[in-house]
Design a protein around this ligand. Structure first.
Ligand code: PNS
Length: 165
């Protein structure tokens, strides 16, 4: 019997993608066959990169996963997008305990909205446990070295953006 291929969704703002996100993507591929990175449109957060720019940056980084990672944008409810994309699993990374409240709230709301969809949490690696797109952008804006936290191309894109502000 041929096993059914497993697909999951990894949603987020990705403004921009960091080494923390890439580690979650890499580790998700040991659990599922295909992953859709879903970039939220119309987020309440003020973004440094447009959705099109974020998608282009993510696509550049996920090439290494030989076509197993697709990048899409979505608006509206995450569970509706997941269902339309045939993904019954949503993957989220958990860093410090401070992520827990927000993540549990979101997972429970999503469970109420569509009980067939499961959220799976991967604990961030220690070295990524304090990284977020926001803190990396803040460090870059103030002239800090962000090379340990994002891939080289992303670093270049951030530096280009912040120097143009
Ligand atoms: O990277 P982020 O900002 O933590 O990602 C948050 C995201 C995009 C996963 C979340 O805001 C989301 O799923 N938004 C879609 C709207 C939605 O479905 N809301 C109801 C469930 S809380």
């Amino acid at each position: 019997m041929v096993a059914k291929s497993r697909r999951a969704l990894f949603p987020g703002t990705f403004d921009p993608i960091t080494n923390g996100h890439l580690d979650i993507i890499r580790r998700s591929l040991s659990i599922v066959d295909e992953l859709i990175v879903a970039v939220l449109q119309n987020s309440q957060k003020a973004a440094l990169f447009s959705v099109a720019e974020r998608i282009e940056l993510i696509e550049g980084e996920v090439k290494q996963f030989s076509g197993k990672v697709l990048v899409r944008s979505f608006s509206g409810l995450l569970v509706d997008f997941a269902k339309n994309e045939n993904c019954m699993t949503v993957i989220r990374g958990l860093r410090a305990i401070s992520d827990y409240d927000y993540e549990a709230q979101m997972a429970l709301m999503n469970k109420n909205l569509n009980p067939s969809i499961e959220t799976v949490f991967l604990i961030a690696r220690e070295e990524n446990s304090y990284i977020s797109s926001s803190i990396v952008k803040e460090a870059a804006l103030l002239g800090g070295d962000i090379s340990k936290f994002v891939p080289a191309n992303i670093q270049k894109a951030i530096v280009r953006k912040v120097t143009a502000l």
